[in-house]
Write a protein that binds this ligand. Structure first.
Ligand SMILES: [Zn+2]
Length: 318
């Protein structure tokens, strides 16, 4: 039975101590304790899910934690309240950002200090990614402002190095400048190009350049067909980027993909077949995706990190 009366922290603490090993359901937005279940109920997964489901019907978003009652203090519960309020605050900000047009997102980057509950890494990084969901023709009027942000170096206003790398990379891609992309990465991560290129963000950027020159295409082929075991992330990003390249990737890319991208999940197999089709059918059969340019749909909800369903992230459909 789910209580609709919210307990005080002291009442919750007393019930947790009485319960011993227990599962506690919190209101995810406020951190207030909604229900304390003794371990018998908590050990049955079905009961647990049912109860979480029932709680969410009454209260909206909820979260659950297992506790050993003897170890829980008032500070433990106060910490949950603090964390939940921070998370709810972040969600409110992310939700507000997700409906802003690109010019307003640039202004957020120019003026926001990303104070708590946001932070100076995830906040600006999220904004940059959302800005660069938009197509080049929409972004071009904002390039000068974005370049100025990338060049800011003061401690108060400057971007953290990993965030600056993202922005500089995106600007290099927008300029269609592979040499600049290389320079940016060599400055942040010396030696990036002297062996296998494996940073997924970089492999994505190389694809976004839609290169026609052999050097960037060769990088993608080397990574997708790397003969030894490696993390799938880089290989998959090289695969997707070769799909962005299309025909100029050539038969060696297709061979590498067939050799090294094995049958696995349906989504990976769909992506592989789509990329092979892009490489092996005439360019004239393909057109720009109507929903996206870079592979993710502009204005998507804040928590949506998926690739565009229409083109699987390639930016082209037929
Ligand atoms: Zn698309």
């Amino acid at each position: 039975m789910i209580s609709v009366v919210i307990m005080t922290l002291e009442e919750a603490l007393q019930r947790i101590h009485e319960a011993g090993r227990c599962f506690v359901i919190f209101d995810a937005d406020t951190g207030e304790v909604l229900e304390v279940q003794e371990s018998d109920a908590a050990d049955a997964p079905d009961a647990l899910l049912g109860t979480m489901g029932a709680a969410s019907k009454v209260h909206g978003s909820v979260k659950g934690r297992f506790f050993d009652g003897a170890e829980v203090t008032l500070e433990t519960l106060e910490h949950e309240v603090e964390e939940s309020r921070c998370a709810a605050g972040r969600v409110a900000v992310f939700s507000r950002w997700s409906v802003l047009p690109p010019g307003e997102l640039v202004r957020v980057l120019e003026t926001d200090d990303f104070a708590p509950p946001m932070d100076t890494f995830h906040g600006p990084r999220h904004v940059i990614e959302r800005i660069f969901d938009y197509s080049p023709d929409i972004l071009l009027p904002f390039v000068r402002r974005l370049e100025r942000i990338a060049q800011r170096t003061s401690v108060e206003q400057g971007l953290e190095a990993p965030v600056r790398l993202v922005l500089e990379s995106k600007l290099a891609v927008l300029a269609g400048d592979f040499a600049r992309l290389k320079t940016v990465w060599e400055r942040h991560h010396p030696g990036t190009f002297s062996s296998l290129v494996w940073h997924p963000e970089l492999l994505e950027c190389i694809g976004d350049l839609r290169p026609r020159d052999p050097e960037p295409i060769e990088i993608l082929i080397q990574t997708v067909s790397y003969p030894k075991p490696m993390m799938f992330g880089p290989r998959c990003e090289a695969l997707r980027s070769l799909g962005k390249v299309g025909g100029p990737a050539g038969p060696r890319a297709a061979r590498g993909i067939r050799d090294m991208i094995y049958d696995s999940t349906p989504s990976i197999m769909d992506l592989r077949e789509c990329v092979l089709a892009r490489i092996e059918t005439p360019e004239s059969e393909w057109e720009g995706c109507p929903r996206c340019y870079w592979g993710r749909v502009p204005g998507r909800p804040w928590q949506d990190d998926d690739y565009c369903a229409a083109c699987l992230g390639l930016g082209f459909v037929r």
